[in-house]
Design a protein around this ligand. Sequence first.
Ligand SMILES: Nc1ncnc2c1ncn2[C@@H]1O[C@H](COP(=O)(O)OP(=O)(O)OP(=O)(O)O)[C@@H](O)[C@H]1O
Ligand SMILES: [Mg+2]
Length: 379
Amino acid sequence: MIAGLLHRDNPPQSISEKGFSTSSIDLKPKGQANPLDEKLTSYSNWVGASQVMRDLFKHVQKLAKSSATVLILGETGAGKEIIGRAVHELSPRCSGPFIRVNCGALSESLLESELFGHVKGAFTNAIENRVGRFEAAHGGTILLDEINSVSQNLQINLLRVLQEQQFERVGDTRTISVDCRIIAATNRDLAEMVDDGDFREDLYYRLNVLPIYVPPLRDRKEDIPDLARFFVRQYSAQNQKLVLNISADALAHLERYQWPGNVRELRNYIERAVVLAEQEELTADLLPAQVRGEAPIRMGRTDRSEMQALCAELVARGVSDLGETGNYHEQMIALVERELIAQILRTSRSQSRAALRLGINRNTLRKKIEDFRLESELD
Ligand SMILES: Nc1ncnc2c1ncn2[C@@H]1O[C@H](COP(=O)(O)OP(=O)(O)OP(=O)(O)O)[C@@H](O)[C@H]1O
Ligand SMILES: [Mg+2]
């Protein structure tokens, strides 16, 4: 169910009610449920009673009925995946599989075999036949997350699946036909990527049949209290804590903050606050300094300032998690460096290419792979 949508008429049990305990969160409306609500009870983790989220939900309900391709756009952490799931669960395919593939997490060759499968002997590590994710999604829905990071080569293969619902496993000549609905999600502006020559225009039009834009949390601040309470309950139950209430000034800070990392950032801060809480009230001192307005936070819609905002969040979180180790510089730099090298290795064809892209020499890279134990990232 879309919990927040039902809050207005059917408020969930107040979080400040003493003795309230949850192992699972049941926000089912009491009394007569209308047919719409009935349908919504199939999932209970989407909160959002703001007008914009209600409108968005109506839109999702409408387009869920067709099997046309959906493109979900929105900033990181805004809730694209949760909405992708809603499209599936409200669709006639809801009893079929829902398969999510994070296209940004795999190198080109791994992603190809992940999506399309491979036959034994297709490449060195292909020791047996493998069914790809498109086949696994037959009769259901596949969510291609971070579609913006798919290489130009794979974009061509995807175009064919979109046009003909057909493909071949890697190393095989037999054509496989599937019936699956495709949902793609992106946190980069694909139209801009098309202009820059980084994304195929034909694929973009094929994907952009039914676009859904998930607005950033700062543009729907009415959702913040409901979301915060929802996460407080969730993490209290998970951590066997009895945090029952959010203080007025903590809530005021949450509502004032700009949330560059959107709902995910809110969820993370609430989790940490619940873990740290020693009383039944979640108080402002449990929130990170930038949420309390005591540390700078940079906001902006261009890629660069978004990066800075994310970086500010990462550093604030890292510093808080590390505690008083007195070793912030080394630990934070190592954290970022390791992730950077891992990602570049995953998306480069060879170590020398990775070294070139990183702008460091091959021996240095080899040493870093050893130091950071990144051997598993090498193909
Ligand atoms: N409306 C919502 N109600 C409840 N939880 C939400 C909502 N929106 C997002 N979340 C939670 O916030 C987190 C981030 O959401 P999600 O993974 O859907 O974001 P995303 O847009 O796909 O992010 P990314 O671009 O980084 O992949 C998840 O834990 C999700 O459950
Ligand atoms: Mg996502």
